[in-house]
Design a protein around this ligand. Structure first.
Ligand code: CP
Ligand code: NVA
Length: 308
């Protein structure tokens, strides 16, 4: 994977996804070696972040390298100068470029002009680093990914898109319950179905949250209004009524089902305190796994040797 970009989780083969999960598990268990000593990544963020920013910065440090955080106010991606020029300049200084942006096309343009790996740290379309940590968490908690049934309740957004594609690669069953008009984009469903055919996984779209969680090993939700959609908050609040993951919905899943959320959570909207704080909730282990999954990714893209 050395030198490659990660713009979508579907840039990975099933074998690469499995390798990253195993490598993250090994680093989490045994620690890591400083395989990125002397290397720097640039982190270009157009949207706020807690987990992604801190886990990339700490991850680079643990691998012996450094990260430089650059906000949109500083860089003015596409405003102060063209995306292509930013990519070409950064490529002269750093070993990798981690980008949180709105349009997926900005990532495509950056990657085309950069000589160094470009990693999608969340766009309007996808959140592949989150999906890596999500499957790492499923593997830890359920002992496997293939055959696990994951019910996603809510918006067919960036997190849902990457998770559905990752499940398809890993042979998991992904079922999403969304109100009409808020499901996954058709192109994502088609791509996920195509790769699920090879892996033995499955992708299902339903309207009823109750139908989705039946027999689920994992119940997953995310915010109803993503970053950049703030103007549609009220309309979305109304559209997602009935889609809150509460204790009654959790009871319909398997008795040993876990609750996952990428965070930040909007308590009282897509879920509630008592679910986040319940013994079934693994949301903080999941957040921790961002660090381990991204260390595995950074080492795979940028290191000469294995990190554990
Ligand atoms: N889950 C996630 O990406 O969190 P941040 O937006 O805080 O990075
Ligand atoms: N779907 C959310 C995820 C935040 C990590 C958003 O894009 O705002």
């Amino acid at each position: 994977m050395r030198g490659r970009d990660l713009l979508s989780i579907s840039d990975l083969t099933p074998e690469e996804l499995d390798y990253l999960i195993r490598s993250a598990l090994a680093m989490k268990r045994d620690g890591s070696r400083p395989v990125l000593e002397g290397q720097t990544i640039a982190m270009l963020f157009e949207k706020p972040s807690l987990r992604t920013r801190v886990s990339f910065e700490v991850g680079m440090k643990q691998l012996g390298g450094t990260a430089i955080y650059l906000s949109q106010a500083e860089v003015g991606l596409g405003q102060r100068e063209p995306v292509q020029d930013v990519a070409r300049v950064l490529s002269r200084y750093v070993a990798g470029i981690v980008v949180r942006t709105y349009a997926q096309q900005s990532l495509v343009d950056l990657a085309a002009a950069a000589d160094k790996p470009v990693v999608n740290a969340l766009s309007d379309d996808e959140h592949p680093c989150q999906a890596l940590a999500d499957l790492l968490t499923v593997r830890e908690k359920k002992g496997r990914v293939d055959g696990v049934r994951i019910a996603f309740i809510g918006d067919g957004n960036n997190v849902a898109a990457s998770l559905s594609l990752a499940c398809a690669l890993g042979g998991a069953e992904f079922v999403i319950a969304s109100p009409p008009g808020y499901g996954l984009p058709e192109a994502i469903v088609d791509a996920a179905r195509a790769s699920a055919r090879d892996s033995g996984g499955a992708i299902e779209q339903v309207v009823s949250p109750e139908d989705a969680v039946k027999g689920a090993d994992v119940v997953y939700t995310d915010v109803w209004t993503s970053m950049g959609q703030e103007a549609a908050w009220l309309e979305r609040q109304e559209a997602f009524q009935g889609y809150q993951v509460d204790e009654a919905l959790m009871k319909l899943a398997k008795p040993d089902a876990i609750f996952m959320h990428d965070l930040p959570a909007h308590r009282g909207e897509e879920t509630i305190d008592s679910v986040i704080e319940s013994p079934q909730s693994v949301v903080f282990d999941q957040a921790e796994n961002r660090l381990h999954a991204q260390k595995a990714l950074l080492a795979a893209l940028m290191a000469d040797e294995a990190a554990s």
